[in-house]
Ligand binder design. Sequence first.
Ligand code: AMP
Length: 417
Amino acid sequence: MAKLSVRDLELTGKRVLLRVDYNVPMEEKNGVMVINDTTRIKETLPTLELLRAKGARVVLAAHLGRPDGKRESSMSLAPVAAKLGEMLGRPVAFVDETVGDKAEAAVAALKDGEILLLENVRFHAEEEANDPAFAARLARLADVYANDAFGAAHRAHASTSGAAQAIRAQGGPCVAGLLMERELKFLGDELDHPARPFVVILGGAKVSDKIKVIDRLLDKADTVLIGGAMAYTFKLAHGGKTGKSLVEKDHTGTALAAEAKAAKKGVKFLLPTDTVIADLKDTGKLNKKGRPVFEFVNPRVNVGDIPDDCEGFDIGPETTKAYAAVIAGAGTILWNGPMGMFEDPRFATGTNAVAQAVVAATQDSGAKSIIGGGDSVKAVNKAGLGDKVTFASTGGGASLEFLEGIPLPGVLALDDK
Ligand code: AMP
């Protein structure tokens, strides 16, 4: 069901509480907290520009880090207000309180088109507890509730859920921001009615993490391509040897059931035919958890059983070629999870080649490509291809839950169109 959006409302003089995802990576440099990556701030600019054009008085609520309900100066949002002001080219006010008299006074001082950022909502334990009294105090700050924080929408917290209910109880609308609207369009509507063939690429560490997504997408996909460590559990399920590769022995049945469902539904289900393995060399060192640290040496392509003392880290060239050919013919592509341990450049070849194939299908044959969040988005960005796909989700856990078909509290909280 489509959700009401900021675009649908007349907002002149209205106080809009906009929940945003400003959980940006920061580090301390010479005693000052510096933002390392402004992507999440940038993603909210279109909504903020629209709200300004509509004459709204914008009150931003966000969390940063895990302060566990206590004020923690290194997790203050003050540097984010300064950076946002820089990026917008006009000042953004900041109040070092989330709710209360000072926050209310700061909101009352806003003029049409101005923006105020509240202090970190997670400085209050009531935020994560979705405490109704705290939600009501947030609701006092606004006439309208809007949410652009798709990445936090799988949490039923006060700023993602309770405040919306409280504002609705005051008679105010609860709407999606432009970013939220795009997430719902691409991960929702576009995948519900995909241009065919619909090719789903799934990778990452564990079958158990992705099985619900696999199961749901088997109802819609034409072809499923499997990569990442997850593929080794399938290999094991077929009686293959997987050496020291990451496998889930107790999920071989899950893997076989997915394949059986694919066969029943007429969905092509492709598994890697070759893999990149490496030898494990004990460094004699222990990690923080007291476990031995290994180096991965002598990477090479392997077909068939993986030797006992080796580990698999990437899909091989034959698999990459076969997957690229399927991707080239796709009408819609959904990709979730890397094809290997891409953080190590020696094992990023398969993931990068799949990213290139997805971009080529998008640019050359007009396929719709949707990157479903988390590490696959990181991998696509690392390859410098983030702006060459149709849509890259900003959610990690939220994207996965949405793709599993779980209703997200932050989405449920918004008004239907
Ligand atoms: P996920 O969060 O489930 O999408 O998994 C992403 C993680 O899986 C990344 O950190 C990858 O390094 C890791 N990964 C993917 N393939 C492998 C592999 N063959 N061996 C070990 N880790 C892998």
